[in-house]
Design a binder for this molecule. Structure first.
Ligand SMILES: [Zn+2]
Length: 286
């Protein structure tokens, strides 16, 4: 297969990278789309414990930024839904800020944490699980989840039905024009595909289906009856914990991890002034 239909604009995307799965690029809107599938049986090659140490601080810091803007826009007397709750960290931050948010999550891997922290999580796939709320939700949020979803039109129809008229759709996701994605593409051109495979999460059971930029994400939502109301960037790396994050990857040797950690410190000024790898977008129904 050398072309597929672009999920954002409907043009024919052309084969761009042959990785563990094929990646296609749309000539019109520059959206990258993979032909990967969600694999329920695949065991992830990442060590959960050490990954948490490195990632947790970054995630909590970033969630605090989103919460602050959400409070400024809507106050705290609001009801939210997070799709793809994963470890439950977003719900935890909401709880700490007295914001009522429930979650939907297909896997039960983090159920102990959810239960221990009294987080309200429904297990299953959205929109199959019935979480309808009288009057609709004040916000629905995706944290590193939107890029994993294949059937976007179907998803957006469900979101429209579940948000109230003034409800906010918040999408927090990795960007294809950020520093790390661009570097990974460059390395791939020189024959080193590890990093691009890694960014697409092709070695995990839930790989990325799309890699968006601000323009093609907005195009997709506009086409489905949403208007963008705000966007901003978040940090994609916390330099104080970068070492643990790299060391938690079993595929990277000790020497390589040391080299990467030093390289990151050296590149710190470049990364900080480059385009961010994480974007947050707010949409409202038209
Ligand atoms: Zn397109």
């Amino acid at each position: 297969m050398n072309t597929i239909t672009c999920p954002a604009c409907g043009s024919q995307s052309k084969l761009k990278f042959r990785l563990k799965h094929n990646v296609y690029k749309c000539p019109q809107c520059n959206l990258y789309t993979s032909d990967a599938r969600f694999d329920f049986s695949f065991k992830s090659s990442l060590e959960l414990g050490s990954r948490e140490i490195g990632l947790k601080k970054l995630r909590f810091d970033n969630f605090a930024v989103i919460i602050k803007s959400l409070k400024a826009l809507k106050g705290t007397a609001i009801k939210g839904l997070e799709i793809g709750t994963g470890n439950g960290w977003w719900l935890k931050v909401c709880q700490e800020n007295s914001i009522d948010c429930i979650g939907i999550e297909p896997e039960k891997a983090h159920q102990d944490y959810h239960d221990a922290n009294n987080l309200k999580v429904f297990y299953g796939f959205y929109p199959d699980v019935d979480i309808k709320r009288e009057g609709g939700y004040d916000f629905i949020i995706f944290n590193d989840v939107f890029e994993h979803i294949r059937d976007l039109d179907e998803l957006i129809i469900a979101l429209k039905a579940d948000l109230n008229d003034d409800g906010l759709l918040i999408i927090n996701l990795p960007m294809s024009d950020g520093f790390f994605y661009k570097t990974a593409m460059l390395l791939h051109r020189f024959g080193l595909s590890t990093y691009l495979n890694r960014l697409w999460q092709f070695n995990f059971h839930s790989p990325h289906m799309n890699y968006f930029n601000a323009a093609n994400l907005t195009l997709l939502l506009n086409r489905n009856g949403f208007s963008k109301t705000d966007e901003y960037k978040l940090n994609s790396i916390d330099f104080s914990t970068a070492k643990q994050r790299i060391q938690s990857d079993k595929d990277i040797s000790k020497l390589k991890a040391a080299v990467l950690t030093s390289a990151l410190q050296l590149l710190k000024p470049v990364i900080k002034t480059s385009r961010s790898d994480i974007g947050v977008f707010y949409f409202k129904k038209r």
